[in-house]
Structures are given as C-alpha cells and as structure tokens.
Unconditional design. Sequence first.
Length: 437
Amino acid sequence: MLTAFARAFRTPDLRKKLLFTLGIIVVYRVGTHVPIPGVDYKNVQTCIDQASANQGLFGLVNMFSGGALLQITIFALGIMPYITASIILQLLTVVIPRLEALKKEGQAGTAKITQYTRYLTVALAVLQGTGLVATARSGALFSGCPVATSIVPDRSIFTTMTMVITMTAGTAVVMWLGEIITDRGIGNGMSILMFISIAATFPSALWAIKQQGSLADGWIEFGTVILVGLVMVGLVVFVEQAQRRVPVQYAKRMIGRRSYGGTSTYIPLKVNQAGVIPVIFASSLLYIPALIVQFSNSNAGWATWIEKNLADTAATPHIILYFFLIVFFAFFYVAISFNPEEVADNMKKYGGFIPGIRAGRPTAEYLSYVLNRITWPGSLYLGLIALVPTMALAGFGANQNFPFGGTSILIIVGVGLETVKQIESQLQQRNYEGFLR
C-alpha cells in the first residue's frame, strides 16, 4: 500500500489528484471547527468537558461528523444527511417503478437519481438541523450539564432560522466537496469524507483510554487496545476481501466470418455483500426508543425499562436485539441490492451460462441459493464485529463509539481498501512495464 502511494506521488497527474484531495480534506476539517451564530461556545465547551465518553443517542452521528455535531459548527450534520438520502433512494428504487426505470437507463438515469438524492439531502438537513437546534435549546444535547439550557441564549425565531439555514448550507457544501473529490481527486468523495470524519476521532479516543488506565500509568491498556485493533483490522480485511466466484461461460457465436464469445469469467459474490449498512440500520433503529424517552421526559414503567434495557449498550437485551437486527438487515439489504432474476436474464441475453446449470430460472435459483449461503457467515461476522469490541474493551473505558468499534472499523477498512485499489488501477494504466517483459 505504501509503495502504491509512493509511486502515485512520482506520477505528475496522480500527484495533482492526491494533493487536490488532501486540500479538500483540510478545508473540510477546518469547517468542522467554524462556529455558527447564536451559540454560546463557552457553555458548549463546558458541557463537552463534563460530558461522559458515551454520548448515547448522538454518539453515532457525532462520530460521522468528526466531532462537529456536539460542537454545533457549520458542518455539524456532516455527511449523515447524504448517507441517509442515498439509502432511502436505494430502497425506493426497488419499490417505485419510475426510479427502477431510471436506474436501467444507464448514465442519464443515474444522474437523475443523483439529483433526487441532492434534493432529499437538503430536505433532511433542514429537518435534522431543526431537531439539533431544538435539542440544544432544551438542554437534551448534554443531559446532566448545568449550563446545557444556556447553549442557545437567544431563542428568537430569526436566530433559530439562521442556525438551521447555516447548518443546511454547511451540509450542501460538504456534499459539493465530496462530489468534486470524486470528479477531480482520488476515490469516492463521500466515502473519503466519512473516512476522515471517523479517523479524526482516533487520537482523542485513544488518549482517553490511556488516561483512564491504571496499569503502568495507562500505557498497558493503551498498548493492549492498539494490539486488539490491529488484530481486528486484519480480520476485517480478510473477510472483506473474501468472495465466492461463480463461474460463467459464454457460448461461441459466429456472426459472418467472425467468431464472438467463447470466453470464461465469473460473478464475484462477496461474503459481506451488504457492507456496513446493516450496522447503521440496526443502530438507528435501536436509538428510536431512547429518543422517545429522552423527549417525553416520562418516569413511567415503560420508559424506565427502555432506559435500562435498550438505551444501555451494555445491557443483555440491547446486545441480543442489536445482533439479531444486524443479521436481519444484512439479509434484507442483500435481497434488495442484488437481483438474481435480473442477473440471470442478462446472462441469457448475451449467451452466458453457469456450467452445469440451465439458463433462465434455474440460474436465478442457483444464484439465490449461493447468495443465501454466503450471507449467513457475512451477517454473523457483522454482528460479531459490532459487538465484540464493545464487550471486550469495556474494561478499558471503551464505549460503542470507540475507534475500533464495529461501524467505524468497517468504514475505515472498506474505504481504505477501495481507495488503494483505485490508486493501483490508475497506476497500472500508466505503467506498461509488465506488458513489455
């Protein structure tokens, strides 16, 4: 990997792309520290210093925003509205025939769906920005902080609208930064910004582990966490690269005097076909009961039960439900993102077939069977990756937002592998030594 980066910097056009990407990353990180009007940042810093490491409901969103959410900056919402909009459009593509038809139109249809995603992102940013301002005004953003209700001293409608518009504009800027990285830089821009947001929390989280440790002034806990993290990274890389290659043979066809086809290829079915989406879905769904309790301020029996069993990430009911939700959403997302019937029809159209399997419906049934078989270990792997770090590192002061937790490590490794592959592919296009030897 380091060799690929070194060779990329020696290639003039790739060096320009890498430096451009780094420049956009610097702009993005500066924006996460620019305050918005109407917020008393002295009280914000006081509450952040007094807050516990576990921010519960807002921890996941704060991690995706690179810590900007709790500081209420112009990039407080980060990349989350765009992620949510993309997931919603991807789910609606299966339900709404118009979106499905656009998807089949190729590049023009994809551009139209991307435009819909932008509009939905802005709408979600307005909604989430309004919720964040209301939460900050009520003091629920930092529960237990004595000055939490004084974070937004001016509660006029003009100030509220200014704060919401500023955060919505910040989300639009983040979306634009991600798109220009995709067009003029290296890798997928949105994924790169998500990677940077999560990686930005690593130093402070690791140093907190060291400060909370008691063995050798915390250095033993610090080293143990680093070692466990490296082992987990190796495991995630191994599983993320694993795939089931279904062989495909294309029949030879004679058109005039020329022969076409007769080639062999394969369909790569990844063990973790769903990626990190099931973990995000399960986390978001489990946060809904805690959100209801937090805004209802109820002391009823049901509210107490939710706070004890669902809001507490160390509770056994939360762990069990979280695991089963991840497994369920893994199968659900794979079912809507991979269509065996469509793949079988395309193969039949171009004269392709799986050796030993008849074309058409038997091919679709075979692909569905193989996909279900490999989704089981993939979903169990996702559940274990999401839960084991929280359980194993709890003794070192870790929480569900620890850098080596399930969601963060899956995104970090996935984006890193994809970016390195893109750099190597572009290097291969510019380096023809292998063809001359």
